[in-house]
Write a protein that binds this ligand. Structure first.
Ligand SMILES: Nc1ncnc2c1ncn2[C@@H]1O[C@H](COP(=O)(O)OP(=O)(O)O)[C@@H](O)[C@H]1O
Ligand SMILES: N[C@@H](CCOP(=O)(O)O)C(=O)O
Length: 321
């Protein structure tokens, strides 16, 4: 459960007087997520999500995330809508943290990923990339390649506690990524954390996307690489080429990729595996006392990274130019 900050009834009741969403009925901490404190809020007018923004979220970026959700909703893309208070604002403070209430999205994240989930995901990702083309705010990727070595430096002395020799392996891999990282790929707004727990389905239909708190402006193909890692490996970390093929095909039907994007996929997939490995490694080694959170396994991403190190080209993902 990710709850870093507890919210008392008195604080919540005072907070809710700023909104026109009825009286509080219940508030329950949510057992998923690792970044922010999330609560399911029931009021006399319905269900909502209350989020208190924690650790990696810079409060100065919140207008971008909130604005993006509003923009995507306006474009007909299914995602939560921030709720405005009586003063028109959707961001305020609660228990010393920046906080917002967003609409509740119906559906569930899939437990066992099937190829049809990957097909719907590819199409949704392309629609998101296209719909955000008219969004006029911009935010650099604070977890892009330039941040990886400083992040690694915070964990390298203790990386052996997770796996002997890991620090040396990651040092070498970072050197390769820094030398080969592609520049000048088509860019735009990317989700940057489109894992299975951030995509909801109702039956077989994708009902929406949540958690835009890593969204930023970066290469579209990097978002595809993140999804390859998050959706196309089996629980035993074997790669499922059918899932990759379906995701990439449905994406390219709506947003055709350039040759450079297709060719860059293997290195982008290595980089994306490195990015999640490093944040997981840091979180594994630095567990905040008293927080209800289950850290995610860094080794899963080390195995995925090793897969991408071995691939010969984009055909390993079931696609060609
Ligand atoms: N708008 C929403 N509608 C329904 N459930 C949500 C919504 N936002 C978050 N949740 C629930 O809260 C969980 C954690 O949210 P998430 O945004 O992924 O956390 P974090 O901010 O820590 O990354 C999700 O897995 C989901 O169960
Ligand atoms: N997806 C990241 C962790 C952060 O995402 P959340 O949606 O679970 O809060 C990972 O798997 O490392």
């Amino acid at each position: 459960m990710a709850v870093y900050t507890e919210v008392s009834d008195e604080h919540l009741e005072a907070f809710l007087t700023e909104y026109d969403i009825g009286e509080m009925l219940s508030l329950k901490g949510i057992a998923e997520g690792v970044e922010n404190s999330n609560f399911l809020l029931h009021t006399t007018s319905g269900s909502y999500i209350l989020t208190l923004y924690e650790k990696r979220v810079d409060p100065r970026d919140l207008p971008y995330f909130i604005g993006l959700m509003e923009h995507l909703s306006e474009q007909g893309f299914d995602c939560p809508l921030p709720i405005h208070g009586k003063d028109g604002k959707s961001l305020r403070q609660l228990c010393g943290r920046p906080a917002a209430i967003i609409s509740f999205l119906e559906g569930m994240s899939p437990r066992r990923i099937q190829p049809f989930h990957c097909r719907s995901l590819g199409a949704a990702l392309a629609r998101m990339h296209l719909a955000s083309g008219s969004f006029d705010m911009s935010r650099p990727n604070t977890l892009s390649i330039s941040s990886w070595r400083p992040l690694f430096d915070l964990s390298k002395d203790r990386a052996h506690e997770v796996l002997p020799g890991l620090a040396e392996e990651l040092d070498g891999e970072l050197t390769i990524l820094e030398a080969r990282w592609p520049e000048n790929l088509p860019t735009g707004v990317i989700h940057a954390d489109l894992f299975t727990d951030n995509v909801f389905f109702l039956g077989q239909d994708l009902s929406g996307v949540i958690d835009f708190y890593f969204a930023c402006n970066d290469a579209f193909a990097y978002d595809l690489a993140i999804c390859l890692n998050a959706w196309c490996f089996e629980p035993d970390t074997s790669f499922n080429i059918t899932k990759a093929q379906m995701m990439l095909k449905s994406y390219r039907e709506l947003r055709p990729c350039t040759e450079a994007e297709v060719e860059a996929l293997p290195i982008l997939a290595r980089g994306s595996a490195m990015r999640f490995l490093l944040t997981r490694l840091y979180d594994w080694l630095n567990h905040p006392e008293g927080a209800f959170v289950k850290p995610k396994d860094p080794i899963e991403y080390w195995k995925k990274l090793q897969f991408h190190q071995r691939v010969n080209g984009p055909s390993a993902y079931g696609i060609d130019l």
